[in-house]
Design a protein. Structure first.
Length: 253
């Protein structure tokens, strides 16, 4: 009798454990899956994208730098709108990482006064905006780009960067409260043999309106030619400086 009661107790405990496991295990598994996928970002398959977006992305991939610039600055009749996240090749945090690398390269080439890399203990907050400039004639060709803003933790600096999806910086503006920082950078440019450019902006009128920057308050200090490697295409690199503001800009030849 006692042996039978002991078996009954064991069976009852086993049943209770099975019931509890049946209730709790699915929740545990679901929570584990959610945690593992929390930071995972997957690209949306093309089959799920609007047909117009797919065509625009494919057409955009074949555009030259000069054509993208013409779409963005309005020399090619176009309309600028916000771009949806699924239209961009990278998520915002990935675009920020790409931007930092591109800006570090400009800094190394003495084309920007500040290194925005976090490796230099420069703590910046950031925000992004995804943009696209589409042609008004065929409604097919589109230039996608990011506007990324950095602000130093103590509020002494802010930087606004316009960057194409491939990491090409087409414009970058630095603002510093300490004017001496800009004076030191100007001295570096002069010591490096950069010639002072004539401050005639008539040739660039209307090209930089997309930035909202008032170039009438800036002085053109350098105008050089560079080559885009992918299509072996020449473009102009312009540097502007005035008191506590510096602007780097790319212009199609």
């Amino acid at each position: 009798m006692k042996k039978y009661s002991f078996k009954l107790i064991i069976m009852s405990v086993a049943v209770i454990c099975i019931v509890i496991a049946g209730i709790m295990v699915p929740g545990i598994v679901l929570e584990a899956n959610q945690k593992s996928e929390h930071d995972h970002v997957a690209k949306v398959p093309k089959s799920y994208l609007p047909l117009g977006s797919v065509m625009a992305k494919e057409a955009s991939a074949n555009l030259k730098l000069s054509e993208k610039l013409s779409l963005i600055d309005g020399q090619w009749d176009s309309t600028t709108d916000d771009a949806a996240s699924y239209e961009m090749d990278e998520q915002d945090y990935q675009a920020v990482a790409t931007c930092r690398k591109s800006m570090e390269k400009l800094y190394d080439e003495k084309l920007y006064p500040v290194n925005l890399s976090p490796d230099y203990s420069n703590w910046y907050t950031w925000e992004t905006a995804a943009k696209k400039a589409s042609d008004n004639t065929f409604n097919t060709y589109t230039a996608y780009y990011w506007i990324i803003r950095f602000e130093k933790y103590d509020g002494t600096q802010n930087h606004t960067i316009w960057m194409l999806e491939d990491g090409t910086i087409i414009m970058a503006k630095a603002y510093m409260k300490d004017i001496s920082d800009m004076s030191e950078y100007k001295a570096v440019l002069q010591a490096d043999g950069e010639s002072q450019a004539e401050n005639d902006m008539s040739a660039y009128k209307g090209y930089f309106d997309y930035s909202g920057i008032d170039f009438s308050k800036l002085k053109l200090i350098s105008e050089t030619t560079a080559v885009e490697q992918k299509n072996n295409e020449s473009y102009e690199v312009l540097q502007f400086l005035q008191e506590n503001e510096y602007v780097y800009a790319v212009h199609e030849k």
